[in-house]
Design a binder for this molecule. Structure first.
Ligand SMILES: [Cu+2]
Length: 329
């Protein structure tokens, strides 16, 4: 009993704990429908569990061995229509109760994928171990985060640059694989403003667990303001000498993989607005010191990372680079 309690407690802690990835708190139509189905199945399961378990306990107790019953031989019963009929029909009914809303819901989700009006298209490409978020109509590219307007369907076009990943944002619903050479679509909407966390849900390599992202759901007006702002983001012109040196280094060593403006795309993460990020590569907190460590050898913080180490850069070079990056707002 003690063990069972410990187990249950641990499971609850594990499911609710540490991460802010809330799974059972939907904030969008798709997620709400999914939670609904989930609750129906749990209710049916609990019902079956309690009926069967109570009968089990009751009969075990009722027909337990007692001194006067020790030598009684129970009579042999062969077949019982009524009982057999009952235990065939009840599960069929339960399955029907489960199947009707599930099939209906699945079809309505698939249909809304095709018929939703005026969806916002966002291309999401999974990379080992980061997400490229590209708005084809607005010409904006972000890394590990997305902005969406509330109450408007968003069509995520899911692609992969390497292996299979899975796009999962529990509070908005879904979870769909990103498969190399194929585009999957997932249409979701947010019904409330807020920040929704997401996570790759398909083991895709050594740093899979660091493949996180955030979706900021904002008001419609705020969203169009945000879009306008993005087209105005330019690298600042008047840099101090250290940052200027960093910029030169960046152009010669880093620009092959990293763009620094949201209107450009690059092979590696777009570093526009990097200064405002909380974390570097979702692993280190974003301080100058950590940026330098990251540039020197990112793989010591994020195993199997696809950014090369730069062992030849001097302290001064690293300092210049981190100063430059800290000005990308
Ligand atoms: Cu992944």
């Amino acid at each position: 009993m003690k063990r069972l309690c410990c187990g249950i407690l641990l499971t609850v802690l594990f499911l609710s704990g540490c991460s802010s990835l809330k799974v059972l708190d939907p904030k969008g139509t798709v997620a709400e429908l999914q939670l609904n189905l989930f609750q129906i199945s749990i209710a049916i399961m609990l019902f079956v569990f309690f009926v069967v378990f109570s009968m089990f306990v009751y009969f075990t107790w009722k027909y337990r061995e007692t001194p006067d019953r020790r030598h009684v031989k129970p009579s042999y019963v062969k077949g019982n229509r009524k009982l057999e009929f009952t235990w065939t029909v009840i599960p069929i009914l339960l399955l029907v109760i489960l199947a009707v809303p599930t099939v209906k819901g699945t079809f309505s989700l698939a249909e809304s994928d095709e018929t939703s009006e005026n969806p916002l298209t966002i291309e999401v490409t999974g990379h080992q171990y980061w997400w490229e978020v590209h708005y084809p109509d607005q010409g904006i590219t972000l890394t590990n985060e997305a902005y969406i307007p509330v109450d408007r369907p968003v069509e995520f076009q899911l692609k992969s640059a390497d292996v299979i990943h899975s796009f999962w944002m529990p509070r908005l619903g879904g979870k769909k694989d990103l498969i190399p050479g194929k585009t999957n679509t997932l249409t979701l909407n947010a019904s409330e403003e807020g920040v929704y966390k997401g996570q790759c849900a398909e083991l895709c390599g050594a740093s899979h667990s660091y493949m996180r992202f955030q979706v900021h759901a904002v008001g419609k007006q705020e969203f169009s303001q945000w879009v306008d702002q993005q087209s105005e983001v330019k690298a600042s012109e008047n840099l101090d000498p250290t940052a200027e040196k960093g910029k030169k280094l960046f152009i010669s060593k880093c620009l092959t993989c990293h763009a620094v403006s949201p209107s450009e795309r690059s092979e590696g993460p777009n570093l526009a607005g990097f200064a405002d990020n909380e974390r570097i590569g979702n692993v280190l907190s974003n301080t100058d010191e950590n940026v330098e460590k990251w540039i020197k050898d990112s793989s010591s913080f994020k195993p199997d990372v696809n950014m090369p180490p730069f062992p030849d850069l001097t302290e001064e070079d690293l300092n210049a680079l981190s100063t430059y990056l800290s000005q990308l707002e």
